[in-house]
Design a protein around this ligand. Structure first.
Ligand SMILES: [Fe+2]
Length: 221
């Protein structure tokens, strides 16, 4: 079953979206994709070089200074997974606090949202076996999500392996994903993750990926 078509307001134009570098055609394509499939893939490049480098540098710092392993069965995790999470620093908080982010979310999804700070973090899949099990996002804390690709590496001369992709399913029981979105540096995926089950298969030796995971609540209007 496909998601309902959403009529999207034109809250943003390419001219008022800095630090995003998405042109009008990209916005229209993103709206159309989200309304039909429940996700939109933007870029690369989705952000200015300066903005993505700031986030990548901050993430590298946070990986060393402010990260923790998350594993199913510990007190924090509620889905099958094993990966590393990290707190945002001022760059990520500043980025997500900007009007452009909310404007872009509303334009692509048709939904007014606000940041859900407690559900948002850096995430690393940089240890062999790191993964994220098939799950749905929480209706309240993660009504919609924005994933910013920060790092993605796999062995040369091979196609992007599963650990470097986000797989999206039409149901929990589906044997094959409907879509496989490859994580790339400076690619952004906006996802209705409360509606569409998604996962990351385990990374293998020689692979790693990291993303900025921003969750949003439905705004109270
Ligand atoms: Fe999720």
């Amino acid at each position: 079953m496909m998601p309902q078509v959403v009529t999207c307001p034109t809250a943003a134009s390419a001219a008022n979206l800095a630090p995003f570098v998405i042109d009008e055609a990209g916005l229209e394509q993103g709206q159309d994709q989200f309304s039909r499939f429940g996700f939109a893939v933007l870029g690369p490049a989705a952000l200015t070089n300066e903005a993505i480098q700031q986030l990548r540098a901050e993430a590298a710092k946070q990986r060393n200074a402010a990260s923790w392993p998350l594993r199913y069965g510990d007190a924090r995790s509620q889905v099958p997974e094993a990966n590393v999470r990290g707190h945002f620093g001022p760059s990520a908080r500043g980025f997500l606090s900007g009007d452009s982010v909310l404007r872009l979310m509303q334009t692509i999804t048709g939904q007014a949202v606000s940041p859900s700070w407690s559900a948002s973090c850096y995430t690393w899949y940089d240890i062999p076996g790191a993964w994220l099990g098939r799950h749905l996002d929480k209706q309240d804390a993660c009504f919609l999500t924005m994933l910013v690709g920060l790092e993605s590496h796999w062995p040369a001369d091979s196609t992007p392996p599963p650990g470097n992709q986000l797989w999206i399913y039409d149901s929990f029981l589906a044997s094959r994903p409907l879509f496989r979105i490859t994580t790339l540096v400076n690619r952004i995926t906006i996802l209705d993750g409360k509606r569409w089950p998604h996962e990351r298969r385990p990374v293998q030796e020689g692979q790693h990926a990291s993303v900025l995971c921003a969750c949003f609540r439905a705004a109270e209007l």
